[in-house]
Each structure stands twice: as C-alpha cells, then as structure tokens.
Design a protein around this ligand. Structure first.
Ligand code: TXE
Length: 494
C-alpha cells in the first residue's frame, strides 16, 4: 500500500490504529492518486464505539446546553481557521471545484455558529392547564446515542449538519462517513476534538455500509439514525432499524425541476440552470436535473444554453477558472455513463454525452456536461442520475409544467423562473417539494432554514434550522400541580 497518512478509528477520545486491521484508501477522482488510508471497521469496533457513547452520555446530557454551545462555537472558529486547507481536502477527495470545496466547509462553519446559539434556546412551550393552580410545559431532552451515516457529496457539510445538531441537543454520536470521503469526515472529527468535545461524546468508525453501517443499525443502544444517501440504501436502513424501533431520519434522492416560464428573465435563468445542473458535477441531491421549458422560449433558451456550455471548462477542480471538476468515483462515472447510453436510446442528445479523454482527463473521471431533449416519461427524465446530465422537457403551459414537475417519485427541491408574482406564489402552492426557489436554481440551501423533501426523498424529517433540533430531541411534557389537592383532568369539569 502506498505511503499515505494512516487514519485510525476515533473511539472514546482516542485514535486507534490496530496494526493488523484491514484497511482501505481514498483516492483523488481528478488524478486517481491515493490520499489516505483508513481502518475497515468491524462490528466489534462499532460495539466499542457505542459503548463509549453510552458511557459519555450522562455527563454530556448534564452539561448545560450553553456550555455545549460554547464548545461548538470553538469548533466553528477552528473550522473557519482551517477552511482553506480542509476546502482543498474536499476538492482533492471528492472532486468538486475549489470554490465549492470551500463552500462545503463554510456551510459547516455557519451551521456550527447557528447551533452554538441554539444552546441558549432549545425552546419548549408553556401551555395553559384546564385546571386551576397547575402549570404545564414542555422541555427538550436528548435521545441518547445517535448515529450519523453520511454520503460523499457534501463530505464535510453533511457531517456537520448532523453532528452539530445532535451534540447541541445533548446526544452522544457514532459517526460513519462515506468510505470514499473518509478523510473529509476525519478532518471534521479532528475539529470537534480540538474544540473540546469530551472523550466518548463523538466517535467515528470508518468502514463499509454493509459491516459498520449495519452493526450500528442493529445495536439497540443507538436510539436514532440520521442518514443521507441513496433511496435504496435508505429503504434498507429504515427496514433494518425497525427491529430496534429506532427513530430514523432519511434524506434521500431528488429529481429537481426548474420551471422556465415564457415571461422569465432568460439571462438570469441561464446562470441558474448552469449552476444548478452542473455545479458539483450534478452530484447534489438538490441538483437541477430537469429543465421544464415553456414552448414559447424553448428554442431560444436551449440555443443560448448550448452556446454557453461551449465555453464551459471541465478540468482540474483546484484551478479557479474550472467550471466543473470530475465526478466523484469510478462507480459514479460508470453509473452516469450507463444513464447517458440509455438517454441516447430514448431521447435526443443535444450536448456532451461523452467521457472526456486526453491530457489531464485521462488521469481522472471526467465527463462532459450533458443535455438531452426528451419528453416527460422517459427514464432519464424520471430517475435520479446524480451526475452532470440535464433533461430538457418542452411544455405548453404553466399547468402542464406543474404536472410534469410533480410526476416523479421524489420531491426535494424545485424552482420557477417567472416575472409574474401571482404565478410565482402559485408555484409555491403547487410544486410537490420540500423546497421551492423563485428566480433562483434548485440549489443553495441556507443552514438556518429547514431542509428536506416529500415523497421518496425521505420519511418526513427535516435537517438544519430549528427543525434539526426537533429531529434530535425528545419532548418531555411536565405538569406541575400546586393546588395541594388531587385534581382530575377531564373529570373535574366544574
Ligand atoms: O450512497 P449510499 P453512495 C445517491 C446517488 C448515488 C447513490 C449511491 O444516486 O449515486 O446514492 O451513492 C452507508 N447500512 N446519493 O454509494 O450507498 C454508506 O457507507 C447502513 C444521493 O455513496 O446510499 C455511506 O456512508 N449504512 C445522496 C452512506 O450509507 C449503509 C447523496 C450512503 O451510501 C449501508 C449520496 C447499509 N446497508 C448518494 N449501505 C443525496 N440525495 O444527497 C451503505 N451505507
């Protein structure tokens, strides 16, 4: 094995590097160079990590939430200090262009700051009683040990979203990062460690979903799992966790549309479509993968889009002038190319559609940004591709655009470009999605607002904002009777 950094498991506040452990490496998708090596964790490792989290839980729960918040604020500061370096790690390990690598880290800084403040809120409710001299309220309590299982596409942002919310709520955490971006996950854990998160409160076990992930799901001491990934894996996670009656929070796929109406500002929409469809090489759960265009502006807009793509650069993601980097892995490349082949058979290829070759391209997983003109109903127009492939669909009216937009299994993000304020607000009502943007693309979530979707995008939960606190806490209802006599609700009706 090449001489790369050897990262251990993080259990009970110690980095463990058992010499005999099986290991795996992560590689740079732009160059195929190995970056670091990691322990392929086992069920026994998970057992020890959960035990450490169980043991650390009472003291962390008893730590005043504002004190937990000040540790997270430390983490925000440290992460901000390391932003440049970790942003480059994101780009080198996952392939998104450097501006987006830095954005990935910034999202963590923002969220840590937000959640640090939440330590001084964690609001409950006070509610009137139907009886005299009785006081009713709710308080939020942690769930206990929670698991955070994360994907590779936002390799520092998503772990921060989950872990900061879990920790401020008083839970202890077992974290399993996606294997292909385990160094990014490690960098996040090091930030929390250096910020003063006590031993055992945050534990990381690297390794495969089938071994480490399933051992986490099977452990009855883990009371909640927060998972982001593919819909099929999410379904398995849900079913498996049912055995131990865990709370399961799922963030899954999307097939996010932009509705481009005949009265839209086409120049503005052009920028939005390019960023929405080809940012992060289309590997965002909120990526714009469908462009639903009114027939009156269809030819003009598509012509302008193709012309712009002709000037769009694909290449080294560390180069500031690059528009799009590689896709994240050989598996991703293979899957996307299969969808492109399918698209050639069921739709009209309008741009791209190839693996890029020659020069730097031969070292990594580079695909051309790809546009298909298709009718609604083809597989490429309905299935999540998770790559730089945009399906463009022509419609004759707003109502048809909405029908097409809603006729997919997912409902994460959506967008409409129009200058008609009535139509914009109608779209907010009509689009079946957890997020609707007006005159902006389907990507660009801010951390202080809830994030999540409807239909097969998840099971009803939301990340970020105060919604995340609701996910990671139990509500306790408290009745304080200071009447000094037995009062009976529903019975003492006078
Ligand atoms: O995700 P997986 P992958 C989609 C996208 C992509 C596909 C596969 O379409 O091409 O999913 O990506 C862990 N029990 N999205 O392979 O397999 C796994 O190790 C417990 C959409 O990365 O879903 C990783 O840590 N855990 C998405 C995490 O689950 C298991 C973002 C996600 O892995 C497990 C990423 C198991 N049985 C991919 N199997 C989005 N919508 O944002 C795997 N894991």
């Amino acid at each position: 094995m090449a001489s790369v950094e050897r990262v251990g498991l993080f259990i009970g506040g110690r980095w463990e590097n058992p010499p005999a452990a099986r290991r795996f490496e992560t590689v740079n998708p732009a160059t195929r160079e190995p970056l670091a090596s990691f322990v392929a964790g086992t069920a026994a490792d998970v057992d020890r990590a959960v035990t450490a989290a169980v043991q650390a839980f009472p003291a962390w729960k008893a730590t005043p939430a504002p004190k937990r918040g000040s540790i997270l604020l430390n983490a925000a500061r440290i992460l901000a200090e390391r932003k440049e370096r970790i942003g480059r790690v994101v780009t080198r390990e996952m392939g998104k262009v450097i501006s987006e690598g830095l954005g990935d880290v910034q999202e963590g800084v923002d969220f840590l700051q937000y959640m640090a403040g939440e330590g001084r809120r964690l609001f409950g409710e006070t509610v009137p009683s139907e009886l005299r001299h009785k006081f009713c309220l709710t308080v939020r309590q942690p769930k206990g040990v929670v698991a955070c299982i994360t994907p590779w596409n936002f390799p520092t942002a998503i772990p921060n979203w989950k872990m900061a919310a879990a920790l401020i709520s008083g839970n202890t955490v077992v974290f399993k990062p996606a294997s292909s971006t385990a160094l990014c996950g490690t960098e996040v854990v090091r930030v929390y460690e250096d910020a003063g998160v006590p031993p055992g409160v945050l534990n990381m076990v690297t390794g495969s979903g089938g071994v480490v992930g399933e051992a986490i799901l099977d452990d009855p001491r883990v009371r909640m799992v927060s998972f982001t990934g593919g819909v099929e894996t999410g379904r398995q996670v849900y079913v498996r966790s049912a055995q131990t009656l865990k709370k399961v929070h799922l963030e899954l796929g999307g097939k996010n549309p932009i509705l481009l109406m005949e009265d839209a500002d086409l120049g503005l929409a052009l920028d939005g479509v390019l960023f929405g469809a080809f940012g992060t090489s289309g590997q965002r759960c909120t990526a714009t993968s469908r462009l639903i265009v009114h027939e009156k502006v269809y030819d003009e807009f598509l012509g302008r889009l193709v012309e712009r793509l002709g000037r769009f650069t694909v290449g080294d993601p560390l180069d500031l002038s690059t528009g799009m980097g590689p896709v994240a892995s050989a598996d991703q490349e293979k899957k996307i190319l299969e969808y492109i082949d399918l698209g050639r058979s069921e739709a009209t290829l309008r741009y791209g559609g190839t693996k890029l070759t020659g020069g730097v391209y031969d070292r990594g997983y580079f695909l051309a940004p790809t546009i298909f003109e298709t009718r609604h109903g083809t597989r490429i127009s309905k299935e999540e591709i998770f790559g730089p492939v945009l399906s463009v669909i022509k419609v004759g009216s707003y109502d048809e655009a909405v029908r097409v937009a809603n006729d997919v299994e997912y409902g994460l993000s959506s967008s409409i470009y129009t200058r008609d304020v009535n139509r914009a607000f109608r779209a907010v009502d009509d689009l079946e999605a957890g997020i609707t943007y007006v005159n902006a693309p389907t990507i660009g979530a801010e951390v202080q607002l809830p994030f999540g979707g409807v239909k097969n995008t998840g099971n009803g939960g939301r990340e970020a904002g105060t919604a995340a606190i609701e996910e990671f806490t139990e509500v306790k209802t408290v009745y304080v009777d200071f009447s000094a006599k037995l009062q009976k609700a529903q019975i003492d009706t006078e």
